[in-house]
Design a protein around this ligand. Structure first.
Ligand code: ADP
Ligand code: MG
Length: 942
């Protein structure tokens, strides 16, 4: 069959790749006698030797076998774990920048140490990315000893803190054991850094909001050298539809808008401001500026420290002078509604940007809708594409290999298991309705429990978990005679329920989910990354024993600790044997997920490293997947079979139909994610440009020539618009002079009469010369260094301020792009071209803003950073558990059903109240890392 042929071909590819790696495994094994003969010190000295060899021109590949052998030896000595041969294969795949598919329990945590150590030799930093803070911390506490004994430093990022591995630190505190607090920057400077995708991603975004390199945390050189992403399918696929967003809502602006509306309402046309109707612009006269400055009680509105005010002023002035009620807009039910200037139609729901809408609302005295602005955003896809080398590991990648390949250019290599997999996957049991299905689940749990087998039940949501737990409590009967020896209360009556909320505590519970007769109910993602050992975890048991006797296992003298460990091990061995005899861990799925991958992850919790075990999914025709995708013939088939509620249908045909449906949905979701990338690519290029420009500025670029060029362009344009392109008798010389004055103070004697007597070219020449002279004069009086600094600060604040507006507008447009049809045009094409136009506009806004402030600005104090309102929120796939596992199956589908990339961004915001939001309070530290309170830093400006 064609399909069989296809898998064979792909299988061959995998075999071929593995065949190339096996000889290296032999090489590593051959080095073992020599390496294991080294003293601890000699082993540690290998690191320096490798560095030297690299410095002398050897490649990482040259030292790979020896480096892997060294890590293996260090691990044997420190952790008592000697990397299996297949783990060496996995390590090589990771080093090659591939995805290593290794089943749950194969020891991926340990696998990663091999390529991490090897690549850290280059000194450019290596990142290991985990799905939650707890796992980042745990992995460092666990693997840290290996790296540390080899002389490498290890940092770990947590949501609001960072640590360095130090074997002496915090021994008393199990949660922070071996961890010493450091700054985030220090954590990044370490040879190796562990952290979640969100922490890495948000740090990147925040680093590009700082106004001083000193405040950035990621490395300056090769900030994104090499990353290994653990549970890579989760991060790059499940989470890929939710971008990281730093956004905020204006907090103080309402009052600002009202204040400026009051101020400008007292200004008079011609005396205080002039309107250029042709260009629909308005500018203040000297008298106008003075009045505004008096009203605000400031000296110079154009001074850098008053920067944020000019934005309100601009908007208020426009609203006052240019926008007329019932012509440009109407006020209805307390709302300002735009009137389309060509058709006269009301444009419900549309809003002017750049604060104009708010200014009009203030002018009309209606309630001001708070601004929501996007400060920075990036999709996880694009964040991880920043890495020079990217690798990943997971138990389930093969089904998504095409996506990994097209989007991330990542190959998947399936690594064989250390021992043969003997788990039995039983066919699905299919029920007519959900009640019958859950009754059957309860019966199966009862049976397993009676036999002493531990059961892990996966549900699709927290509600379902609780429903099942409640059903168990009410209806189950314990028939296990030994239950009382192991549990105070029978687990049927008190099952453990996990919902991926408290990773650390849940890890403790899941670690014991393999105990005799245990019953654990969990959403799909809960306790992920924690190993389920049959009979429980003996190290944890030892800690418990020690604790019960008033000791701490880690600080106890070695002999005493070992005695307790021994005791615990004996208890464990007995229980382990009983659980194995009973048949090992049984996994029950209570619904099929949209994606086969998620189902496979759940099954994979059983049967680790050759353990006995089994799994079964229970399905009903009321399940979402079935309702949407089951073939229509299925229910009628069941009816014909005369099936009663409680008799399951076990049909290979039905299972196959479900899998086909899943394949379809997977393809569909892949398309959506591809779409997100296409949209994000547009923004990505612009972000790259913006970020690299601001980097140059932060690095101290000399902007003099750029600024002068901007001035020249602006003046030339004014002369063209007002004079050259207009018949002389229509010249608006007053308007012209006002515009010029807004840029540069006029030369002496440069009156309307004077202009009238010149040719446009002469006017331009005189103005340009004057502009240059004045520029030099300003430079003379400030000193060159200060002038350069002034240029940079102005440019940076201008760029940041306008970039934020640009981003917000782009985001809004993207969300709108999928919704409106654009008369049959491809929304992506429209989006691209509009985004391009907006970029051009951004450039011209930056120029406008620069030329209008450079002559008038003075450097009075430390610059005010880019304006940003209070209540900054960081939105991202925070709790991974929520996404693929609990509760959000529905929104995920809503996204899928939306069918366009545009809708993909919406759930990020919509999901916000559910806990994916990071809010910065006014008194919290500013997210830019300045160390100042938020309200004194980014939160200060609007
Ligand atoms: P994965 O992330 O692949 O699911 P883990 O890294 O959590 O697996 O490891 C699973 C279990 O396997 C852990 O209990 C670990 O101690 C054990 N383990 C991994 N590698 C080895 C090894 N080489 N020797 C002994 N035990 C190992
Ligand atoms: Mg793991």
């Amino acid at each position: 069959m064609a399909f069989g042929l296809l898998t064979k071909v792909l299988g061959d590819y995998n075999e071929k790749e593995l065949k190339k790696l096996w000889p290296v495994v032999d090489e590593i094994n051959d080095l073992e006698p020599e390496i294991s003969a080294l003293s601890d010190e000699e082993l540690g000295a290998k690191t320096e030797e490798f560095r030297e060899r690299l410095a002398e021109g050897e490649e990482l590949e040259d030292i790979l076998p020896e480096a892997f052998a060294v890590v293996r030896e260090a691990s044997s000595r420190r952790l008592g774990m000697r990397h299996f041969d297949v783990q060496l294969l996995g390590g090589m795949a990771l080093h090659q920048g591939k995805i290593a598919e290794m089943k749950t329990g194969e020891g991926k945590t340990l696998v990663a140490t091999l390529p991490i150590y090897l690549n850290a030799m280059e000194g450019r930093g290596v990142h290991l990315v985990t799905v939650n803070d707890y796992l980042a911390k745990r992995d460092v506490q666990w693997m840290g000893a290996i790296y540390h004994s080899l002389g490498l430093s290890i940092g770990v990022l947590q949501h609001e803190s960072a640590y360095r591995y130090n074997p002496e630190a915090n021994l008393e505190n199990a949660s922070l054991r071996y961890l010493e607090p450091v700054t985030r920057r220090e954590a990044y400077a370490a040879d190796i850094t562990y952290g979640t995708n969100n922490e890495f991603g948000f740090d990147y975004l925040r680093d590009n909001m700082v106004t001083d390199f000193e405040l950035s945390v990621q490395r300056q050189q090769h900030p994104h050298n090499y990353a290994i992403v653990d549970e890579v399918d989760n991060i790059l696929i499940d989470e890929a539809r939710t971008p990281l967003i730093i956004s905020g809502q204006a907090d103080e602006t309402e009052e600002d808008y009202r204040r400026f509306a009051r101020i400008v309402s007292r200004l008079r046309e011609d005396a205080d401001y002039v309107i250029d109707h042709r260009h629909r612009t308005v500018s203040l006269t000297d008298s106008g500026s003075t009045k505004v400055e008096q009203a605000l009680n400031i000296k110079n509105i154009y001074d850098t420290q008053n920067f944020r005010l000019t934005r309100f002023l601009d908007a208020a002035l426009k609203a006052h002078a240019l926008y007329q009620r019932d012509k440009d807009y109407v006020v209805r039910d307390g709302e300002v509604i735009i009137v389309d200037e060509f058709t006269g139609r009301l444009m419900q729901g549309r809003r002017w940007s750049d604060g104009l809408h708010q200014a009009v609302e203030a002018k009309e005295g209606v309630s001001i809708q708070r601004e929501s602005v996007t400060y920075a955003t990036i999709t996880l896809q694009n964040y991880f594409r920043l890495y020079e080398k990217l690798a990943g590991m997971t138990g389930t990648a093969w089904t998504e290999r095409e996506e990994f390949n097209t989007i991330y250019d990542l190959d998947v290599l399936v690594i064989p298991t250390h021992r043969d997999m003997v788990r039995e996957d039983e066919p699905d049991a299919i029920y007519r309705n959900e009640e019958a299905k859950f009754r059957a689940v309860v019966r199966e749990i009862e049976e397993m429990h009676a036999a002493g087998r531990p059961v892990l039940v996966g549900t699709v949501s927290i509600e379902k978990s609780e429903y099942l737990a409640d059903l168990l409590k009410r209806t189950s009967k314990c028939e296990n005679p030994d239950c009382g020896d192991y549990f105070r209360v029978c687990p049927l009556k008190e099952p453990e329920v996990l919902n991926a909320k408290h990773h650390e505590r849940e890890a403790q519970i899941v670690a014991q989910a393999g105990r005799f007769g245990a019953v654990t109910i969990a959403t799909n993602m809960a306790g992920r990354g924690t190993d389920i050992i049959l009979g429980g975890n003996s190290e944890r048991l030892a800690e418990e024993l020690a604790q019960r006797r008033g000791h701490n296992l880690v600080t106890l003298p070695h002999d005493e600790a070992e005695a307790i460990r021994h005791e615990a091990h004996e208890i464990w061995e007995k229980e382990h044997a009983k659980v194995v005899e009973a048949g090992g861990l049984h996994v029950i799925g209570t619904e099929r997920h949209e994606s086969r991958r998620i189902d496979n992850q759940l099954r994979g919790r059983s049967g680790r490293q050759g353990d006995k075990g089994s799994s079964r999914f229970f399905v009903s025709f009321h399940d979402d997947v079935m309702k949407r995708f089951a073939p229509e013939w299925m229910p009628s088939l069941l009816a014909r079979l005369g099936m009663d509620e409680d008799t399951p249908l076990e049909s290979g045909m039905v299972s196959k139909a479900i899998e086909q449906a899943q394949t379809k949905v997977e393809g569909y979701n892949f398309d959506i994610r591809k779409h997100v990338v296409e949209y994000d690519d547009v923004m990505n290029r612009q972000r790259d440009l913006d970020y690299s420009e601001r980097r140059k500025i932060l690095e101290g670029a000399d902007l003099k020539a750029n600024v002068q060029e901007m001035i020249e362009e602006a003046l030339t344009e004014l002369v063209d618009n007002f004079l050259s392109d207009t018949p002389m008798e229509e010249w608006n010389v007053e308007g012209f002079l006002n515009e010029v004055k807004a840029i540069v103070p006029l030369p002496d004697g440069f009156t309307a009469a004077h202009v009238q007597q010149q040719l446009p070219d002469e006017v331009l020449d005189q103005l340009l010369e004057h502009a240059t002279t004045l520029y030099e004069a300003k430079e003379q009086s400030l000193g060159s260094e200060t002038m350069r600094a002034l240029e940079r600060i102005l440019m940076l604040t201008t760029m940041d301020r306008l970039w934020v507006h640009h981003l917000t507008a782009l985001d809004e447009m993207r969300q709108g792009a999928g919704l409106s049809g654009y008369g049959g045009q491809d929304p992506l094409v429209v989006y691209k071209s509009e985004a391009h136009d907006m970029w051009q506009q951004l450039m011209s806004y930056i120029r406008e803003s620069m030329v209008h402030s450079i002559y008038y600005a003075t450097l009075t104090q430390t610059p005010v950073p880019a304006p940003a309102p209070a209540n900054v929120r960081e939105i991202g796939p925070d709790e991974l558990g929520e996404q693929a596992g609990s509760g959000t199956a529905a929104p995920a589908r809503a996204r899928a059903a939306g069918g366009s990339a545009a809708t993909a961004t919406a759930p990020a915001a919509a999901a916000a109240p559910a806990g994916n939001v990071r809010k910065v309070g006014r008194n919290d530290l500013c997210p830019c890392g300045s160390g100042k309170k938020y309200k004194r830093c980014h939160g200060q400006a609007a």
